[in-house]
Design a binder for this molecule. Structure first.
Ligand SMILES: *Cc1c(COP(=O)(O)O)cnc(C)c1O
Length: 482
């Protein structure tokens, strides 16, 4: 965003866009919210949108499109093969990332399916800075194993470290030595990291990882789903990037990688995904899976309208004004919560604001899913839908034991250009109230636990009548207010 100084001294993020289409929101009374979350099995994924006031579940496929994106959708060239729309998308990706080959997919996890089926075999190892739910699932389904080697600083919840997403280079060396280079399917870097608070990686770290990959002849794969935020942070925080344009920073990152894949539900503010590949041989190895799982090679499951919107969205990602709104709103929210003593992950990252639930609810054991409990509690007291990112989001080990997550987070995603600052203030207000009443919140237990990706559609119940007590306190404090 432009550097605009406020005369009053109060510095708030100033939107460099205007709103021209609006959607009416519903805020139902607290008693109805308790009913809705009970019906949803205390899983915010299962809430109905009519019961949700601010949807902060995700930034996936819900970012506001620009007028230019909408306009481009009208000129989409609809054909099964040889579409001009596809050619525009392919050219744009080539211009931005400089890779010769592209495979379109219907979303990010489809890229992971193709990568894992092509590169992962029984006994493969995939070192990564941090895993993402669907990434890990695809790797393990194909018989591989994830080695998570985020630098120790990455898991410090309160920190001033600018690049908490960095991989530990020494640990990568150790893993190559332990398993042998031929067991490593690829090295995966996520920029920025989804599950640990949208924390970015540095260009220096990516350069160091490339050096290790070169020494052992390893493929370096970048998950660029959350690249827009990461680019903003590189420009703001890394000395060597300050004088570079967003476009130049992007190319420096891309030049270090062999493969870049992304979810276009995030990158490019559209829907879809794709894999950019440097080597022809690797492209040919993966190509056959696209018609099998996605669609023909010139659409890969995407609609032509989405591909047009994506092409423009990718170009807009190269504009600092366009990509700074999200991180600046998140930083505002994190600062306000910190002023009121609410425990949050610092420094502010991309994607959303992350509440540190281990500190917020230090009376609830991890086995009772504190991050799920707070997601349920926040919905009850505000109508705001967040997402559990803790033990519930982990999968059980093959022997049935339940690993406890490194962090228990409530993620409040900030879809780009969707909320106003007063709405952000409302969430802060209700979170501050909830923090002061945190002793009322209790744990959750499963009533239905699916074997795969259980957080998506598992159902839970409170371990006591704590939710009724929370509603009663809300009424006592807020009267007949919504
Ligand atoms: C969302 C996401 C994915 C998966 O993308 P989908 O489009 O949701 O399938 C993969 N990696 C990261 C880092 C993500 O944030």
């Amino acid at each position: 965003m432009a550097h605009v100084k406020f005369f009053s001294g109060e510095q708030v993020p100033l939107e460099m866009h205007k709103v021209r289409i609006v959607q009416k929101l519903n805020l139902v009374p607290v008693e109805q919210r308790l009913e809705a979350i009970t019906e949803a099995g205390n899983n915010t994924f299962l809430l109905q949108n009519k019961d949700v006031f601010m949807d902060m579940l995700t930034d996936s496929g819900v970012n506001a499109m620009s007028d230019q994106q909408q306009a481009a959708m009208m000129i989409a060239d609809d054909s099964y093969a040889g579409s001009a729309t596809y050619t525009r998308l392919e050219r744009k990706l080539n211009e931005i990332f400089g890779m010769d080959y592209f495979l379109p997919t219907h979303q990010g996890r489809a890229c992971e399916n193709i990568l894992a089926q092509t590169l992962v075999t029984q006994g493969s190892v995939v070192p990564m800075n941090y895993h993402f739910t669907t990434t890990k699932a695809h790797i393990t389904l194909n018989g591989g194993m994830v080695e998570e080697i985020i630098s120790d600083k990455g898991l410090e919840v309160v920190s001033a470290h600018p690049f908490k997403g960095d991989m530990d280079v020494a640990k990568l060396e150790a893993i190559v030595a332990k398993h042998g280079a031929d067991k490593i399917a690829f090295v995966r870097m996520e920029a920025g990291t989804n599950l640990i608070g949208g924390q970015p990686i540095s260009l220096q770290n990516l350069t160091d990882i490339r050096r290790v990959c070169d020494a052992h002849n390893l493929l370096l794969v970048l998950d660029a789903s959350l690249l827009a935020d990461n680019l903003y942070f590189l420009k703001q925080r890394e000395e060597s990037c300050k004088a570079l344009s967003i476009r130049e920073i992007t190319r420096k990152m891309a030049d270090l990688c062999d493969v870049i894949y992304f979810s276009a539900r995030k990158l490019g503010c559209a829907r879809g995904g794709g894999i950019c590949i440097r080597s022809k041989a690797l492209y040919e190895k993966m190509r056959g899976l696209v018609p099998l799982y996605e669609g023909f090679l010139t659409y890969g499951g995407m609609s032509v309208r989405e591909m047009e919107a994506l092409t423009v969205g990718l170009d807009e990602t190269m504009d600092e004004d366009m990509i700074s709104q999200g991180p600046q709103f998140i930083a505002y929210m994190v600062d306000e919560l910190q002023k009121h003593g609410v425990p949050v992950i610092t420094p502010a990252g991309g994607l959303g604001c992350h509440i540190d639930v281990m500190r917020f609810l230090d009376h609830i054991p991890q086995s009772q899913y504190p991050a799920g409990a707070i997601a349920s509690a926040l919905y009850i007291v505000s109508g705001v839908r967040g997402m559990e990112r803790g033990t519930l989001s982990e999968q059980r080990d093959p022997d049935g034991t339940e690993p406890m997550a490194n962090m228990e987070l409530l993620r409040l995603a900030m879809p780009r250009r969707v909320f106003t600052l007063s709405q952000v203030k409302y969430v802060v207000d209700r979170l501050v109230w909830l923090y002061q009443n945190r002793s009322l919140i209790g744990g959750l237990q499963f009533t239905e636990e699916p074997a795969i990706l259980r957080f998506f559609y598992g159902r839970l119940a409170p371990v006591s009548d704590w939710q009724q007590n929370l509603v009663a306190k809300f009424r006592a404090d807020f009267g007949d207010s919504l």
